[in-house]
Ligand binder design. Structure first.
Ligand SMILES: [Zn+2]
Length: 285
């Protein structure tokens, strides 16, 4: 208990016990997802499930504080799992080499009590939002672009969801761009997402979007309300889950095949990553 002494002094035993009893799903274990996962592990979350199919590259070392040079070429979730174990062996960590798609997202979300968005793709986060709204699971979202951060809690039924105000029209030009940032923005965003989770456990989350402009050190809170015509929480049509809206060509995606051991094939414009569980392909940056 000595490990959690300062935390319990801050959040109280009741909230701490709720943290210990929670299973959290973190989708994406890059700069944002790994910061979320590390904070949850240090808080003593009951169980942590992390999903990512990508491998650590040199460009990740400047933005994700979980990875070191020894992790280059390793699957991100393997490096995350190893680090999380050393951060807090009390926490059960389950790692999947996978990406979410309409065929599997409900299975992953269904096992979790709460869900964290550690993604860098608008399509994938709206798919995740569909699954969370349909299954009634709280979702903690963050978007990071440069030094600009947006964060929001989505408690289905009680407040607006991401589809109420975000739109993905299949135009993937932005998804193909490399979005710049520093190690600071994902770390701040992850801290805010996990703080929203603690506030949710205290029954203190509001329907609002929190915007942070780090270069100006400005934090703005924008009040939101549900859009009755929202195709996710309003009309409950869930177009992403139904496959009506498809991912763009720059998204990491599952392709045919599998290998006995990890195999990375680098082409001129694409990287193919194969595991015993299956193969994935993404555009090369
Ligand atoms: Zn909505």
């Amino acid at each position: 208990m000595e490990r959690y002494l300062r935390e319990v002094l801050t959040i109280g035993k009741t909230v701490f016990d709720k943290v210990r009893a929670t299973t959290a799903l973190v989708v994406g274990c890059g700069a944002l997802g790994s910061s979320i996962a590390e904070a949850l592990a240090r808080l003593g979350i009951g169980k942590l499930v992390v999903i990512d199919a990508d491998v650590v590259e040199e460009a990740n070392l400047s933005t994700a504080h979980m990875f070191g040079v020894e992790d280059l070429g390793r699957p991100k979730v393997d490096a995350c799992k190893e680090r999380l174990r050393s951060v807090n062996p009390d926490v059960e960590v389950v790692a999947y080499h996978d990406v979410i798609d309409p065929s599997n997202v409900e299975k992953y979300v269904g096992f979790a009590d709460v869900v964290f968005d550690g993604l860098d793709s608008l399509y994938a986060r709206l798919l995740l939002n569909d699954a969370c709204v349909k299954l009634g699971k709280p979702l903690f979202y963050a978007g990071v672009s440069g030094e600009y951060i947006t964060v929001k809690a989505v408690v289905p039924g009680a407040m607006s969801c991401l589809s109420c105000f975000l739109n993905y029209d299949g135009d993937d030009r932005n998804a193909c761009d490399v979005v710049g940032t520093t190690v600071l923005a994902p770390t701040v965003a992850a801290s805010l997402q996990v703080q929203l989770f603690l506030n949710y456990l205290r029954g203190r989350v509001k329907d609002e979007l929190i915007l942070v402009e780090l270069d100006d050190l400005r934090l703005t809170r924008v009040e939101l309300s549900r859009n009755p015509k929202c195709r996710s929480c309003g009309l409950r049509e869930f177009p992403y889950l139904r496959g009506e809206i498809r991912p763009g060509s720059c998204e990491i995606r599952r392709i045919e095949g599998r290998t006995e051991a990890l195999q990375i094939t680098t082409g001129t414009s694409y990287v193919k990553i194969c595991y015993p569980e299956g193969c994935f392909e993404r555009r090369r940056y």
